[in-house]
Structures are given as structure tokens and as C-alpha cells.
Design a protein around this ligand. Sequence first.
Ligand SMILES: Nc1nc2c(ncn2[C@@H]2O[C@H](COP(=O)(O)OP(=O)(O)OP(=O)(O)O)[C@@H](O)[C@H]2O)c(=O)[nH]1
Ligand SMILES: [Mg+2]
Length: 360
Amino acid sequence: MFNSLKKKLKGFLTKASKDLGEDKKNGKPPSIKKKPKGDLDPFKRKMRVKRRREEEKVEESKWSRMEKTDILSGVEGGFSGKKINKKKLDSVIWELEIALYESDVATSVVEEIKNKLKSEIEGVRIRRGLSLEKVITRALKNAISNVLAIDPYDFDRVIAESKRPIIMMFVGVNGTGKTTSIAKIVHRLHKNNYSCVVAACDTFRAGAIEQLQKHADKLNVKLVKQGAGADPAAIAFDAVEHARARNKDVVLIDTAGRMHSNANLMSEMAKLKRVAKPDVIIFVGDALAGNDAVEQAMKFEECVGIDAAILSKIDADAKGGAALSIAHAVGKPIMFVGVGQEYKDLQEFNPHWMLKRLFN
Ligand SMILES: Nc1nc2c(ncn2[C@@H]2O[C@H](COP(=O)(O)OP(=O)(O)OP(=O)(O)O)[C@@H](O)[C@H]2O)c(=O)[nH]1
Ligand SMILES: [Mg+2]
């Protein structure tokens, strides 16, 4: 998972700390400037030495305070150490930019990470003995965490606090993992003792209803379906009625995969939305599609409006571009990530989870 991106970030950090740390002379805390000795009498000289020692003590305590607290906080401290050189910084940040683009990170996200990293470390003074790599790593983690920091989607709370039945509709392009994600979510909901109904609204693709039926049998969940070619809106309506009549907790609507450029299927989805009145619309994107998944999410957001995203196939994704970009670019949180093909392979996503996988 994210191996290529992880390697690229590590490479960047090593190179950045080497390139930025080349100037060894600047690494020392300042020595207090000696004043010309002149013709001071012994008493005055003694007093001057004493005062200098006191000043040095204050400097030392500043340094040690800085080491214990934030390693970046020396910027405003007014005391010197190795200062990160702006010109060199620009050139190493270029390396980061390339690494991110190669990993399929969206342009707006690359810019955001780059600017945040720059603002965190430009002009910062680093005390000798402190690892430059550690300082840059921390700044990069902050920058990445910043682009991931969209209000998280608390699925369990939404389910617990929502009206009944709560209606969830899953949308996305072909083969991204909508049906599998629905099955995984039913599995999760059953584990928490919620009752579900699934609506087989993909009447378009051959075999879609049978695929869902297999999951329904395995999961022992009610499937509301009709034949191939039937009106998806009518099926969703039936499923919601069924859930109301039987006091079921959650209705999950599976829809046909569609390209946003397919006007007919997009307007069919809009009709489905009008009839089923979903409380939550979830975009399911394939992490392996990288930046394309981000673009698709933006289109679905425009066409139908989405509340959150699920990124599937993260287990096979070396680049991490979609996971880094989608929430920031679309402004919607990642609800879950799919980490395999089994029902249990669904995980909550948060910045901490991502950072752990990128930097540990
Ligand atoms: N490795 C891996 N494979 C997954 C994951 N999620 C789904 N898949 C696989 O991706 C393929 C497509 O999944 P589906 O759930 O059928 O995708 P879909 O979006 O419903 O496809 P359409 O209905 O054709 O639009 C299947 O082979 C799944 O097993 C995941 O998180 N990891
Ligand atoms: Mg499907």
C-alpha cells in the first residue's frame, strides 16, 4: 500500500536534508561578540565577564527550551542556528513536486502541500545537533495532514443518530467497487446489529443483479430487485417502502456504473435521487485510477452531489495520489477505504491512518 509514494517521500526527505544541510558553518549557535578589551580596569573587566556569562546562560536555556518544545520554534526566537536557505529550499521543493506529480496527486493538492511545507520551513533556524531530516519530516507531515483535514465522516454516529430508515445511494463509474463496498458495509452494519435492505438498481449491466444476489445470500440480507432493464427508480422506491414497513435501519442502493459523460445514465441517476431521496450519496472511486478518480468525484459532485467518498482497492495502490487528493479537491471526506476483496476489508479513513502508512 502506497509503497511507491512512501519511497519517493523518503527519497525527498533524504535529499532535502542533505542539500539544505550542506553549509556546515552556519550550524552553530551564535557566540557573543567580544568587545575590544581597551584599558578596562580589573573590576570593570570582571563585571563584563560576569555579564557575558549570564548572557550565555540565557542563550543556552533558550536553546534547550527550543529542543524540548517545538523544533521549529527558533524562527521567532531571534537567535541563530543553521538557517534554511530560500534558494536551496526552492530547488528541493521542486523535487517534492515531481514526486507528488509522479504519484498522481492532483495539481491543487501538490500546490497546497508545497506551499504549506515552504511556509513551515523557509527561513527557519535549526540548532546544530538537531536532525534536519526530522524537522523537514515534521513539516511535510503537517503539510500532508493539512490537505487531508476535511471534517471526517463519522459513519457509526450518522447511522446511530439518523432517522429510520437511513437511505444510502452508491454512485461511481464502472467497476470501481460499488457493489463490493455495499456488501462490506452490510457486513459491518450486521455486526453492529443494524438491519439492512439492499436495492438492486443496476438493471443495466448484464449479471449485476445475480452478482448482488450472491452477496445477499451470503450476508443473509433482503434484496429488492426486478428484472434486467427495469426502472431503477421504481426498485429503489420499493426497497424504501419495504424498509419502512419492516422497520429496517438502512437501505443501500446499488447503481449502475456510469461515465459522467453518459447523459442518459446521468439523468437516470438524477431521477433515482429524486424518487429515493437518499440521505447520503456516496461516491465510490477506484484508488488505482489516481487523479482520474478525483476528476470523476468532482463530476459526480457537480451532477448529483455527493456527501462522502469510498476509495476502493487501496491495498493494490502504490501511488496514493487519489487518497491524498480526493478529500481536498472535492471538499468531501473519505468515509472508508477498501483494502481487499473480503467483507472485512473496509477501513475508516483519517489523516492519522494515512500518515502512519506513509511515514512509518
Ligand atoms: N483488491 C481489491 N479489490 C476490490 C476492492 N473493492 C472491489 N474490488 C474488486 O473490484 C472488482 C469490481 O468490483 P464491483 O464491486 O463489482 O464494482 P462495481 O463498481 O460494482 O462495478 P459495476 O457494477 O460494473 O459498475 C471486483 O473484482 C471486486 O472484487 C478492494 O478494496 N480491493
Ligand atoms: Mg456493481
